[in-house]
Ligand binder design. Structure first.
Ligand SMILES: [Zn+2]
Length: 96
């Protein structure tokens, strides 16, 4: 399988007992949903998340609040859950 970011090739590497696909070129890591859950369940990403995401600028904040509104109005999230979900996603994206 090819990397979604570059021309590298994804190779399966074993982290403890979870297989993840890692690009042999840029080092990007690709999780299947269940793999991510297993890793998250053990909190392996927590130390990374604690580094914190860079503060979004006004433009990014504007976009985030639009998405947050959509989560609330279209997907039935409450305000708190929508904010939590978005800040989590932002944190993951910041780890590139
Ligand atoms: Zn790559």
């Amino acid at each position: 399988m090819k990397c979604v970011k570059c021309d590298g090739r994804l190779v399966t590497v074993r982290v403890d007992d979870v297989d993840v696909d890692q690009c042999d070129r840029c080092g990007g890591v690709w999780f299947d949903a269940h793999e991510l859950e297993r890793v998250l369940g053990r909190g392996h990403l927590t130390p990374l998340a604690r580094r914190g995401a860079p503060r979004p600028d006004d433009d990014a904040r504007q976009k985030i609040s639009v998405v947050q509104q959509r989560l609330v109005t279209e997907y039935g999230y409450d305000e708190h859950s929508a904010k939590e979900a978005l800040s989590y996603v932002t944190t993951l994206l910041a780890q590139e």
